[in-house]
Ligand binder design. Structure first.
Ligand code: CDP
Length: 232
């Protein structure tokens, strides 16, 4: 593997498999993987638990106060998986629930929440050698990232993938409900005022509707080799 370290920004729509792609790429490269959505999900979960966030409304003052007491970290579990820890507690499965998904895009619209998350993300990026996935990594968090990828896939394919993912972790949610949540989040993410989801002009589009993870990594490997002389 090449010693050269770059920042790879992976942005795109909900449930396009950004995190799986980013995690696999990071492991192959010996890079750090950061899932920025996990931070927005963590803020949302804690906001819901404290009563600052509900489907109907958000108490911005209360949520802003809460941020000061949040310590969000990523760490390995006993079985070697990377999970999100909030104030020391493994919160991975809770942040992935449909309940959190149904409020997270509304929370992620708030500029003070985005500022809070951006500061954490930018702190990690200082050392390079990182793959970060989200909605605005290539446009706002790391506009100078050496490689920017914008992931997209057919909506129904995405909903089906998410449904299967939830089934493996024990949750059975109707397909139409998952599809509706994906459509709603895509709309809010693309239309918000602060850092909306959009393709950076220099991002490369990856439509993975008909691709396997192996094919995606092969695609990435070719780009890394051609552009940066990095082999994975
Ligand atoms: O896993 P999925 O692609 O469905 O979503 P996620 O990456 O876990 O992100 C959850 C939500 O956080 C998104 O729907 C966005 O509303 C928000 N988000 C954001 O606004 N900016 C980011 N950089 C990452 C996530």
């Amino acid at each position: 593997m090449d010693a050269r370290k770059i920042i790879i920004a992976v942005d795109g729509y909900s449930s396009t498999g950004k995190s799986t792609f980013a995690r696999t790429a990071a492991a192959k490269l010996g890079y750090l993987h950061l899932d920025s959505g996990a931070l927005y999900r963590s803020v949302t979960l804690k906001g819901m638990e404290s009563g600052a966030v509900s489907k109907e409304c958000i108490d911005a003052g209360k949520l802003s106060e809460l941020l000061g007491s949040l310590d969000i970290t990523f760490g390995k579990t006993a079985d070697g998986e990377f999970h999100t820890f909030i104030n020391g507690a493994d919160s991975e499965s809770m942040i992935r629930s449909l309940k959190v998904s149904s409020c997270v895009s509304q929370v992620a619209e708030l500029p003070f929440v985005r500022g809070f998350v951006d500061r954490i993300l930018q702190g990690y990026g200082a050392g390079k050698g990182i793959v970060m996935d989200g909605r605005d990594i290539g446009t706002t968090v790391f506009p100078n990232a050496e490689l920017k990828i914008f992931m997209t896939a057919d909506k129904r394919t995405r909903a089906l993938r998410r449904m299967k993912e939830m089934e493996t972790s024990g949750g059975k949610i109707p397909f139409e409900e998952i599809l509706a949540n994906i459509e709603q989040r895509d709309y809010i993410d693309a239309h918000r005022k602060t850092s909306p989801l959009s393709k950076a002009p220099d991002a490369i589009v990856l439509d993975n509707s008909d691709m396997t993870l192996e094919q995606e990594i092969e695609w990435l490997g070719n780009i890394l080799k051609d552009r940066f002389g990095i082999c994975i």
